[in-house]
Design a binder for this molecule. Structure first.
Ligand SMILES: C[S@@+](CC[C@H](N)C(=O)[O-])C[C@H]1O[C@@H](n2cnc3c(N)ncnc32)[C@H](O)[C@@H]1O
Length: 195
């Protein structure tokens, strides 16, 4: 792992050591669109953190993989999986150095992680008919949440551009339109299918 990867790993290890012990929830883009999931297949929670998406995918009966650079995140995820009695394959993995191989997953979920250079590898890693569920923070926000560095925030409609090779299934991005106290704000939500 290079110096940048080690710094990221240490930062997230510190954060996860200080995070409470509640079992993490799946991201809304997955929970709200769970009816789209296949009955069986191989799923990946990409940069999974504590693995709310992975636990949910495994509970839906999918053969679930979960990758994160933080050993502390993976340790905690394994403990949650044991507590819930679900089986999943977790891995300490730097996705920049080891992106997924082509056509290897039926479902990929990415939440609150943005590394634009990986978008082609993520699309390529879907099997034909595979689904990508993606949500992360936007520059246009109504609250001070998510990263402060604008490089880690989505531009307007950016997920549509990054994953334009996929068939659009679902998209939501509300920006600052209308009543900011209502709706799904601060993030963009995308589901796409590889045809
Ligand atoms: C904001 S957290 C999101 C975690 C989880 N997806 C969620 O929605 O709760 C970002 C995650 O990306 C992971 N991460 C950052 N760079 C990574 C890399 N190069 N390879 C793998 N994971 C990485 C961090 O360890 C952290 O768990």
């Amino acid at each position: 792992m290079n110096e940048g990867g080690a710094a990221i790993r240490n930062k997230w290890d510190r954060i996860y050591r200080e995070t409470g012990d509640a079992i993490p929830e799946p991201a809304p883009v997955l929970a709200d669109n769970a009816h789209l999931l296949p009955a069986a297949g191989i799923a990946l929670d990409f940069a999974c953190g504590l693995g709310g998406n992975a636990l949910f995918l495994a509970q839906q009966g999918l053969d679930t993989h979960a990758w994160d650079i933080s050993p502390e995140a993976i340790r905690r995820l394994n403990a949650y999986a044991r507590r819930l009695g679900v089986a999943l394959r977790s891995e300490i993995r730097d996705v920049m150095e080891c992106p997924p191989v082509e056509e290897s997953f039926d479902v990929i979920v990415v939440s609150r992680f943005l590394e634009r250079s990986l978008a082609p590898a993520i699309s390529a890693a879907l099997k034909p008919g595979g689904l990508l569920f993606y949500q992360t923070y936007t520059r246009e926000k109504v609250a001070e949440v998510g990263p402060t560095n604008p490089a880690f925030l989505l531009d307007t409609n950016e997920l549509l551009r990054l994953f334009s090779s996929l068939r659009l299934v679902f998209y939501r991005e509300e920006g600052q339109i209308g009543d900011p106290a209502r709706g799904a704000r601060n993030q963009a939500f995308f589901v796409g299918r590889k045809t």
